[in-house]
Design a protein around this ligand. Sequence first.
Ligand code: BG6
Length: 616
Amino acid sequence: MCGIVGYVGKHAASSILVEGLKHLEYRGYDSSGIALAEGNGIEVIKKTGRVAVLAGLAQKHASKASMGISHTRWATHGGVTDENAHPHLSWDSKIALVHNGVIENYKALRTFLEGEGATFRSQTDSEVLANLIAYYYNLDETAQNGNRLVCAVRQSLIHVEGTYGIAVICADLPNEIVGARKGSPLCIGVGHGENLIASDVAAFVGRTQNVVYLDDGQIVHLSREDFSITTIAEETVSPVINQIDWKIEEAELGSYKHFMEKEIFEQPQALENAMRGRFSDDESTAKFGGLNLDAREWRQVDRIVFCGCGTAWHACLVAEYLIERFSRIPVEVEYASEFRYRNAPLDKNALFFVVSQSGETIDTLEALREAQRKGFRVLGITNGVGSTIARESDGGVYQHSGPEIGVASTKAFTSQLLISGMLGLYLGRMRDLSFGDGREMVKAFKSLPGLISQILDQADQIKAIAERYAEFQDFLFLGRQSMFPIALEGALKLKEISYIHAEGYPAAEMKHGPIALISEQCPSVVLSPHGDTLKKVMSNIEETRARKGRVIAITSAGKDFPDSAADDIIRIPTAHSCIMPILSTIPLQLLAYYIACKRGCDVDKPRNLAKSVTVE
Ligand code: BG6
């Protein structure tokens, strides 16, 4: 998804905007641009490529302008070209706009505007909005009620179908920015003598900790001294200023080569944060402050439905195993993007969880709204404090993993698994899980940071194994029970950052098809934890090796898994089944990371991907 940043203040806007874009580049990195209010006009600098390219051009331009807007793009409509990069200027160069989202009826609007004499420079849907705002701005010379630019934006948005987060400036108004949102995230950074607008707090957390999150249908009017929010229907909104709970340093790379590497090694601390203050040793259970259901209401729940996308969907699958295992409440898992249109028959006492690192993924947000529209209570598990999913859900659990910048999710995934396991404990202790079993689980969760550090200490061995397999083009990932979704996640990590074809399967399912792929050219990564399926998994490994398939095994079975049982073995601690999915994930993250590094891939900004997808 695209990233938007706007600044109006007393300092030169150009470098502040470029710095903000750098912190949003994980949202999209096809091309970037900047528009600055200079003299009586608007100067636009835009180019395909990374923000670093724009930074060079902006530096050469050395503008003193103290107001501007900027954008980093993830293409939806129109190829990756300089013309299609944002900002887009209206045909009369009066209006400049940056947009995150999709204008679904842009063709019809374009035809209307061409009829009114407007011309177009790009193939994008967004440029249509710049021209539409200019059309209304020029139409309404007087702007009876309120600011002329705000009115022009409001009148334009009434005709727009689709999603948008926009920032707009006008050559006549060098100290004003107008923004609006519907479906795409937008927030205000409230400063002293300056104000900022952005898709995500990461753009301005270095300048202010004060943030106002805009809701759908809201329009904001910013100047350096002040800001005001109204709705499309012209109602005044009194803003709620929140505090950002992390600092810019947390979003810096430090001594690491990549954010993904940093976030893998931050997992002991991230999980410590996710469980802090959330256990009751007296009752040997977990406790959550934001679920907003009391024990009686939980007793009424006889089915839980989990929804998510990508890695979050894999976390939902693990939650199914853990919650059913420890609470005996039936759990269903839905792809959020499918749930909305599947019109599934649902139990009246079902309760929904939506899982989303960013809290902004539109498919998951719409699944939330669909379930609420049908009268179901929806709880969120998210790392996005103040995100749209957090604000629209009926309660939930914050992950407190800190900012996750690497596009391939790592620490957010393991903290979602932790919270799912703790929910299994919490709901189990409300039903048939004994005090003693609960105590063992609490102990196991608390031992996680230490156990993960032990696995991270093996990074060099895992790197050596990874580099031996870096040239293969096809991989199978196999696991049984709760290890099946972990196999799916292992395959996804490798696909996301190294572009190797990889598939995850339940280990036994391998015999019913994928075994055809097995050869010396297609190695398998097999999750082989201690426990009641170990023997079965070891025979699956035998079936693979019998067909010259090389096997990397990840095992916690100690001596029950001899060195001869696989070609390469990564040994992890033997622990309680409620944390084994987390421990088994760490080596898979490192394998994918080191293979991608060996292949020279851009690990943090893999091709075609974006950190959170805010268009359908
Ligand atoms: C994709 C990301 O765009 O969205 C994945 O590349 C992520 O890493 C998926 O798992 C879902 O995102 P979120 O923020 O809803 O968990």
